[in-house]
Design a protein around this ligand. Structure first.
Ligand SMILES: Nc1nc2c(c(=O)[nH]1)N[C@H]1C(S)=C(S)[C@@H](COP(=O)(O)OP(=O)(O)OC[C@H]3O[C@@H](n4cnc5c(=O)[nH]c(N)nc54)[C@H](O)[C@@H]3O)O[C@H]1N2
Ligand SMILES: Nc1nc2c(c(=O)[nH]1)N[C@H]1C(S)=C(S)[C@@H](COP(=O)(O)OP(=O)(O)OC[C@H]3O[C@@H](n4cnc5c(=O)[nH]c(N)nc54)[C@H](O)[C@@H]3O)O[C@H]1N2
Ligand SMILES: [Mo]
Length: 768
């Protein structure tokens, strides 16, 4: 099961999707031995009355397709529904030190967690402990802290609304706003950047908009891998002749050519659709210069007397146009070209596509958010859209393509380290306790608090914190200083092995599994990236009788920590309607009559005011927010510097590694690679396939280095290299992040290529 084949690199010249995807789907179901179970569950995935795909946050088309899933959704489900189990015998057999020697892939392949376990320092083993003992331990630790701010409460975005909401209430009643969250590493620049611009930190499009768009931009997002269901909409748009502009330092296969696996004719005829009508080979971080160049074209043409700006929209709905114009016009074409790495003619072509379109959608992902000025970069996307009134009409708007299936929902229902005073007042009025008013920690701040000894307890509601965060070595050190770490999880991961003095692993039932309580069968709800809220009802049996739904775990932690709390935690854990009623009370503007409205099998859409041309900003307008200059990351003087983007392969879900291969990029059985432009390689006197190390360029005196990397020639833009997350996270400095959102700049790490030191090659490399 864990044998590694020799690495192989072979460019993938077929269209993405198609039979390759169909074969991969069948293989993964077989490998996890869930063919019968998995196929039955697939029939229920994303169907009314069924459960929501645990993979990405892209909405499913309202039951128009019989089988609404994709290759990577199947992988997520198969790994969740796997027949493999981790039992107490497994933990008795391996010490934690031994488990640390294993790769992330190996840990994942051991299967589902089945009972609560407690770390025993005397033997270095996890040992079984009952649920009562586990909650007693959590309560004891939390109650013994000098201040509630000494605890960090992490959330990962697979957690459903009901559990996340109660968690946010429990933690606030306990007394802190320390909510580090996976969103802090992901789309937080959207949440923080868009709010002052258009009044909400969310996207403004819905699925139907794909049918009305006259131009679609896909910036910094690897659609075919990370939100494959969006491919269907891109294919349809292309067939209608809609221009699609893909902006990326890496020509991602699915954005170039794609075969729709659900299209019988295309499949039968080996046909495919060319996706990008314009591929923009941007330098890493060059997007700011591109966006400004496009805006510059618009202002230049206006100055020549052409009407390309939507003046009526601007005078009615916006503020700040002049300051934006002055700033944009102060940038020279020479600088725009140099920093974007593009030809002026191509930027003008992009502007022309944008100007001709009466309804434009801009979709984007981590390639835009994970930069030092990510939040303000997202504001430039809003500026560009506002110039031509691309809000509040069909086919137009901003489309942040969110990551985790419920990351947006968790945020909406209160996972927020900087909650507004109005929201806190609401919590006080609905629940009758005074919530803490001061801001809490985001992810980076929570690690800083662990390092300086302030934080004592870490609770992870889902996720794999230590592998997801920057500066791996320091983050491991930070976790090991804690008094208690708790991992609430479906699968064993590194986060359970890099632990505090006391440690617990609490196994949960997953999205695809039923939840039965004394009040009958329960369901949960999630909010997708386009603000649709839908019910999710699992159909499979949980992996053992001793796993617990997340809602119940939260309620029991709350009771153990707050024995005198007046909230009916026991009732909430049995009847999820009671939780939804409270969500409706805390958020009356969007969630009124939640329990009623969720009965609609298609769910409902949460109001996004900019869709109605209403701007909930302090001045009631949409604001043009200029960002001076053309650099989104601090320039580095080193002439040998390369910018490293850490990205996902086709066979991983964040820190979960499904296999060592990355089909669309032509890499098999190896993740320790760097993709580099041939000319950059030659300029450094390196051979293709050379083994090297990467070292971060930083001024804090800490050496950050990863050895054992193989260089692959790849059509990257000049000066840009890419490699895999989480293996390269040791290179990402903790304080290299966007100050507005706290999001680490994981797409623009300044690095140098070094000669390899054999003795420091990691376990993953030795395996191969
Ligand atoms: N199968 C699968 N699905 C997933 C996930 C997964 O791991 N696996 N993860 C989920 C999560 S949490 C998230 S947030 C999303 C992530 O989905 P994506 O946003 O697609 O994430 P990445 O793989 O990090 O890739 C970002 C893209 O940005 C490009 N890029 C890098 N630097 C720049 C730049 O400076 N400018 C531009 N324009 N582009 C750049 C990269 O080449 C890459 O194509 O996917 C979600 N869905
Ligand atoms: N260098 C670099 N770092 C990055 C990124 C990057 O692009 N580059 N991307 C960032 C982004 S966008 C994100 S979102 C974060 C992701 O950070 P996380 O969300 O913390 O990481 P995941 O890998 O998604 O978490 C996987 C674990 O979640 C648990 N799990 C799975 N399903 C469930 C469930 O239903 N309930 C519960 N309770 N647990 C479950 C399993 O035990 C599994 O091991 O990483 C960030 N880190
Ligand atoms: Mo994410």
């Amino acid at each position: 099961m864990t044998e590694r084949k020799p690495p192989r690199y072979k460019p993938y010249n077929q269209p993405a999707g198609g039979w390759g995807a169909a074969a991969a789907t069948a293989k993964v179901l077989l490998q996890q031995s869930v063919v019968a179970k998995g196929s039955r569950a697939l029939l229920d995935m994303n169907q009314p009355g069924g459960f929501k795909c645990p993979s990405c946050a892209f909405p499913d088309a309202e039951c128009t397709k019989k089988l609404e899933f994709c290759e990577n959704g199947v992988k997520a489900l198969a790994f969740e529904a796997t027949k493999f189990r981790i039992t107490r015998e497994f933990f008795a057999k391996h010490t934690v030190t031994e488990l640390m020697e294993q790769s992330d892939y190996w840990l994942e392949m051991q299967g589902r967690l089945t009972e609560p376990m407690r770390y025993d320092a005397a033997t270095d083993h996890y040992v079984p402990c009952g649920w009562d003992e586990a909650f007693e331990m959590i309560g004891r630790h939390l109650r013994s802290l000098e201040s509630p701010h000494q605890a960090e409460f992490y959330t990962s975005g697979r957690t459903p609304n009901e559990a996340a909401f109660l968690y946010s209430i429990f933690v606030r009643e306990f007394g802190t706003n320390n909510f580090p969250d996976c969103s802090n590493m992901c789309h937080e620049p959207t949440s923080r950047g868009l709010a002052p611009a258009i009044g909400v930190g969310k996207g403004t499009v819905v699925l139907e908009d794909f049918e009305h768009a006259e131009a679609i931009f896909v910036i910094g997002q690897n659609t075919g891998t990370n939100s494959p269901r969006m491919m269907t909409h891109l294919v349809e748009a292309r067939k209608r002749g809609v221009p699609i502009v893909a902006v990326n330092p890496m020509p991602e296969r699915a954005l170039i050519r794609f075969t729709e696996p659900q299209d019988v004719v295309q499949m039968a005829t080996f046909g495919s659709t060319a996706i990008a009508s314009e591929f923009v080979h941007i330098k890493i971080g060059g997007d700011l210069a591109l966006l400004k160049g496009m805006m510059r074209v618009i202002f230049e043409r206006e100055a020549l007397g052409e009407q390309v700006i939507d003046h009526e929209f601007i005078s009615q709905h916006t503020a700040g146009l002049e300051a934006l114009r002055d700033e944009v016009m102060s940038q020279s074409w020479g600088d725009i070209v140099r920093i974007s790495g593009l030809e002026e003619a191509q930027i003008r072509r992009c502007a022309e596509i944008y100007i001709r379109s009466r309804a434009t959608m801009i979709c984007y992902g981590m390639g835009l958010t994970q930069h030092q000025q990510g939040s303000r970069l997202i504001q430039q996307v809003a500026n560009l859209l506002l110039l031509r009134g691309n809000f509040g009409k069909p086919g137009a708007g901003i489309a942040p393509i969110r990551g985790h299936s419920n990351v947006q929902g968790d945020r909406t229902v209160g996972i927020d380290e900087k909650p507004s005073q109005a929201y806190l007042d609401r919590v006080r009025d609905v629940f009758g306790f005074e919530p803490p008013r001061e801001h809490g920690h985001h992810t980076v701040e929570s690690i800083e608090a662990m390092l300086d000894g302030t934080a004592k307890v870490f609770i992870g509601l889902g996720g794999n914190f230590v592998r997801a965060v920057p500066d791996t070595e320091r983050s491991y050190m930070a976790m090991r200083k804690l008094a208690l770490t708790v991992g609430i999880a479906t699968k064993l991961n590194r986060g359970h092995l890099v632990h505090g003095k006391d440690a617990l692993i609490l196994p949960v039932s997953s999205r695809s599994e039923w939840i039965r309580t004394s009040a009958g069968e329960q369901f949960v709800t999630i909010e997708d990236a386009m603000s649709n809220v839908t019910a999710s009802r699992g159909v499979l049996d949980p992996p053992s009788a001793d796993v617990m739904p997340e809602v119940e775990i939260v309620c029991r932690m709350a009771r153990a920590t707050l024995p005198h709390s007046k909230l009916p935690w026991e009732s909430y854990s049995h009847n999820y309607d009671l939780i939804r009623d409270k969500i409706a009370e805390v958020y009356p503007a969007i969630y009124s009559e939640f329990s009623e409205r969720i009965k609609n099998p298609k769910g409902f859409h949460l109001d996004v005011p900019p869709r109605r041309l209403v701007w909930p900003t302090p001045n009631g307008k949409a604001n043009f927010l200029p960002l001076p200059g053309l650099e989104v990351n601090a320039p580095v003087a080193d002439p040998w510097m390369l910018r490293l983007a850490t990205v996902r392969s086709h066979d991983q879900f964040n820190t979960t590694i499904y296999s060592y291969s990355d089909r669309y990029r032509g890499v098999y059985n190896d993740r320790m690679v760097i993709f580099m432009n041939e000319q950059d390689r030659v300029a450094r006197g390196l051979e293709e396939g050379a083994r090297v190390a990467l070292e971060t360029i930083s001024e804090d005196g800490i050496q950050r280095r990863v050895d054992g990397l193989t260089i692959l020639d790849y059509p990257m833009s000049r000066g840009a290299i890419a490699g895999y997350y989480p293996e390269l996270n040791p290179l990402l400095p903790l304080d290299y992040y966007d100050r507005i959102s706290g999001t680490p700049a994981a797409k623009s790490i300044p690095v140098r290529v070094m000669a390899e030191r054999l003795e420091s090659v990691s376990q993953d490399v030795k395996d191969s």
